[in-house]
Design a binder for this molecule. Structure first.
Ligand SMILES: CC(C)(COP(=O)(O)OP(=O)(O)OC[C@H]1O[C@@H](n2cnc3c(N)ncnc32)[C@H](O)[C@@H]1OP(=O)(O)O)[C@@H](O)C(=O)NCCC(=O)NCCS
Length: 213
């Protein structure tokens, strides 16, 4: 019976634990309440939008949002079964923003050894420009930091000004233009948010544990 080296649980793989730890550490700053300034906005109080983990039963809703808001015009790769697998994957954090029972935004990020990849992010049109994507990204960045990731990577359509500004405002920088990245039809931009120097030890690091079974 050999010794099994187990990495610290927060160094890799358990994305959900990292996301829970980030939340419990109360690094997630809720936006200050802003008085409602227009009749059109009066239907939504920003405090009523609650972030949480996606459930298996959310898979179809997220797939439809991906089809209509993210993949529009490119086909439909993120279908219900794929979203269900991502929601169940221990190396992936799938967050949703809910207004009551309705999912009105979501984000999916998968952890690698040192890099996290933000795969999907969308907010329903009627809820956009209320800071919801910013809140989702803040939680994901804290989760990635807790998990010891050195950076977060994301690809976006080159012409997606809204996403580009959003990521820039969260500290992402453009690193590459990827011609024909989307099914040969459309160019992408890759953006990266550095969280720490690659290879540097992180504060949460613990030596590997010896499993004495
Ligand atoms: C991109 C998207 C997720 C932004 O969601 P959101 O909840 O509206 O974003 P936020 O309200 O948190 O915006 C935060 C910042 O991003 C930028 N931003 C967001 N939407 C923008 C827009 N339409 N035009 C310009 N800047 C925009 C602004 O800097 C904004 O800050 P401000 O409102 O104080 O000016 C949303 O427009 C969306 O779902 N688009 C379709 C799907 C998509 O493009 N996903 C990204 C794929 S990589």
């Amino acid at each position: 019976m050999g010794l099994v080296l187990r990495p610290s649980p927060l160094l890799r793989s358990d994305a959900r634990l990292a996301a829970e730890t980030a939340f419990a550490a109360q690094k997630i700053v809720e936006p200050p309440y802003r008085p409602l300034i227009a009749v059109a906005q009066s239907v939504m109080d920003p405090r009523s939008i609650v972030l949480g983990f996606a459930r298996r039963s959310d898979a179809l809703t997220l797939a439809l949002m991906s089809r209509d808001l993210i993949e529009a015009g490119l086909g439909w790769e993120y279908r219900s079964d794929r979203l269900a697998r991502l929601i169940a994957d221990p190396e992936t954090v799938a967050l949703v923003a809910r207004d009551g029972a309705d999912v009105i935004g979501f984000a999916v990020m998968t952890f690698g050894d040192e890099r996290a990849h933000l795969t999907l992010l969308a907010v329903s049109p009627t809820y956009q420009r209320r800071g919801i994507a910013r809140r989702l990204i803040a939680w994901l960045m804290d989760s990635a930091t807790v998990a010891g990731m050195s950076s977060i990577h994301v690809e976006l359509r080159a012409g997606n000004t809204a996403a580009r500004r959003l990521y820039r405002s969260a500290g992402f920088v453009e690193t590459l233009r990827l011609p024909g990245y989307y099914r040969g039809q459309e160019n992408a931009l890759r953006m990266i948010r550095m969280l720490r120097a690659p290879g540097a030890a992180v504060a949460s690091w613990r030596p590997p544990m010896i499993d004495k079974r």
